[in-house]
Design a protein around this ligand. Sequence first.
Ligand SMILES: NC(=O)c1ccc[n+]([C@@H]2O[C@H](COP(=O)([O-])OP(=O)(O)OC[C@H]3O[C@@H](n4cnc5c(N)ncnc54)[C@H](OP(=O)(O)O)[C@@H]3O)[C@@H](O)[C@H]2O)c1
Length: 305
Amino acid sequence: MLTPKLVIAGGNGFLGRHLRAHFERLGYRVVALGRGPGAGSDYAQWDARTPGPWAAALEGADLLVNLAGRTVDCRYTAANKHAILASRVDSTRVLGEAVAACARPPKVWLNSSTATIYAHTAGDRPANTEAAGVIGDDFSTGVAMAWEAALGARPTPGTRRVALRTAIVLGPDGGAFPVMARLARVGLCTPQGSGRQWVSWLHVADFCRAVEFLATQTEADGAFNLCAPNPVPNREFNGLLGRALRPLVRLPQPAWLLKIGAFFLRTETELILKSRKVYPQRLLDLGFQFEYPTCAAAVAELLNA
Ligand SMILES: NC(=O)c1ccc[n+]([C@@H]2O[C@H](COP(=O)([O-])OP(=O)(O)OC[C@H]3O[C@@H](n4cnc5c(N)ncnc54)[C@H](OP(=O)(O)O)[C@@H]3O)[C@@H](O)[C@H]2O)c1
């Protein structure tokens, strides 16, 4: 039997490393596309913007996952906004061109998007599903919409396409969680701002399992929310961290202080103050089962890891 092949664009980052390990355990050959120099049959160098020899890596792939994108953990200056948008749209556009030119195109293309595509959703308002969600009108939403538009920009007959509207992925060794845990250990495990804003999240193990699941669902295309079915208020999320880590002090985090802190840390408060209430309706309808459906279980697993 032929060894199945997965190509991960932007595969050297936090999610890419976890996906590689997950799919290698399943017996896949995994090839990463990255901008840095590298060697070997499991790596191809690209610039994430222009066609090149890297496109040969896509031939005969069973699955293509695009995770390329400049980090959003920065000040939203004009230059950073441009880089955030361009890195996502250009990489998706050039992958579309390469897929369309393949003699044996990837069977499935899962392209990253973000659950931040939905509007700030406060209080008791219903969680955003794929069918009934309210799309926002801020910078991050604009990026997500352009990202998904680039995925659909040109026909890819023979390649099924899915946009991954991924919530904050909680993992032990990358993304937001280690930072949150570090801050909680020194007392910053109190509600941030009002603490009423919703946090949509997903354990990294379930991110990998959802990617595997969507790869095998031959009818699945379009946008999927990748988040656990139980978003929690920020107050509750921080409470979980506080109870597990028991810092000696608990420091208040009003919104005005967070804004000053974000300025000095060269980041944006949107990342913690936007209310993200998202529901994985389509995954659940297809029968996907979460290993970590509750935030308490996910946090407990990560902090004991
Ligand atoms: N982690 C999360 O909680 C989360 C949630 C929702 C959505 N996402 C999205 O999922 C994707 C992967 O997330 P991650 O946490 O794995 O991020 P990451 O660790 O920062 O990895 C992103 C990858 O993108 C590539 N990259 C960085 N800057 C780039 C640029 N200017 N142009 C082209 N490629 C660039 C890097 O690859 P090279 O430097 O090797 O080229 C890197 O491996 C991102 O697009 C992110 O927005 C993540």
